[in-house]
Design a protein around this ligand. Structure first.
Ligand code: FES
Length: 313
């Protein structure tokens, strides 16, 4: 579902970060969303960018996103910063969630780097509302570079821990050790690729099981040295077999054969194209599916298979 929403508010937040609130032009309530969800924002030139919803999920009057101007990005954030104004219409998808609070967890450790705090802020609102124990750690260069800072300090007093480069931040190992691994503890992290990798490594050192560690990325982390090979897709409902050449994606081939397949990023980061599979050795190349989900789901926009795979279509 694509909605045409109006820019109701645009506010300068941290350095190079603006907050954009989107409302429906006629309806007072937008489709409900759960903490950790993101929307696809369709830019006028056809590009699509994913932004986490960063407000309180209970507020259905608006979707609020934080947009950081990415100097090394693909141009989407620069267009939003330079062009988008209050009153403009923006086409957006309904919220999609690949980063929800673990339902069985009772303690949550959130570690954010810079703009990565946006989905974690929404998760912290939900943890607060559930009455769960949680800590929210935010790393940034300085207070001026910390997104949503005034709101976080107001909403999460006693839970928020700032780690600023100009004030000797705590190490990741210390943050994890102070919180401690318990049977009901889950770790959520979101930030630049280097920080995400460092958190994952620190968590592994401190025996956090992979299924209790959750992350979200909006930049593809595809291996440029990967050499694609052709493989076959079998359609479970009909037995039809389709050949995927080395230079085409499974998504392309499915569409070329009449399958209506949703997609958005086509980079393995948004989750729009996820479908089920069985019988096959899948080469997962996305950044969105958890280890558990990878047992029976794949992203045909980037993932492939050795020899063949049967899709639940
Ligand atoms: S279209 Fe975004 S993960 Fe496939």
């Amino acid at each position: 579902m694509i909605m045409k929403l109006d820019v109701a508010e645009r506010v300068d937040d941290a350095t190079d970060v603006i907050l954009v609130s989107l409302r429906h032009p006629r309806r007072p309530a937008l489709p409900a969303w759960k903490a950790g969800a993101h929307i696809d924002v369709h830019l006028p030139d056809g590009r699509i960018r994913q932004y986490s919803l960063c407000g309180d999920p209970a507020d259905r009057t608006r979707y609020r996103i934080a947009v950081k101007r990415e100097m090394a990005g693909r141009g989407g954030s620069a267009w939003i910063h330079e062009t988008l104004a209050v009153g403009d219409a923006v086409h957006c998808s309904a919220p999609r969630n690949n980063f929800a609070l673990a339902p069985q967890a009772g303690r949550h450790l959130f570690i954010a780097g810079g703009i990565g705090v946006t989905p974690l802020a929404a998760l912290a609102y939900e943890a607060l509302q559930r009455g769960d124990a949680f800590e929210l750690h935010l790393r940034a260069r300085s207070r001026r570079h910390a997104p949503l800072l005034a709101e976080l300090e107001r909403a999460f007093a006693g839970h928020l821990h700032l780690h600023l480069d100009d004030e000797a931040p705590a190490s990741l190992d210390d943050i994890l050790a102070w919180f401690g691994v318990t049977a009901d503890a889950h770790l959520y992290f979101c930030g630049p690729a280097g920080l995400n990798a460092a958190i994952a490594a620190a968590a592994e050192r401190q025996s956090w099981a992979a299924e209790r560690c959750h992350t979200e990325v909006f930049q593809p982390t595809l291996d440029e040295n990967f050499k694609p090979e052709p493989f076959d897709i079998t359609i479970a409902s009909t037995g039809q077999t389709l050949r995927v050449p080395a230079d085409r994606s499974a998504l392309d081939i499915l569409r070329a054969n009449g399958f209506v397949m949703p997609s958005s990023c086509e980079l393995g980061v948004c989750g729009a194209c996820i479908c089920g599979y069985r019988d096959g050795t899948v080469i997962h190349r996305d950044s969105v599916l958890s280890l558990a989900d990878r047992q029976d789901k794949l992203t045909p926009c980037v993932s492939r298979a050795r020899v063949g795979v049967t899709l639940e279509l």
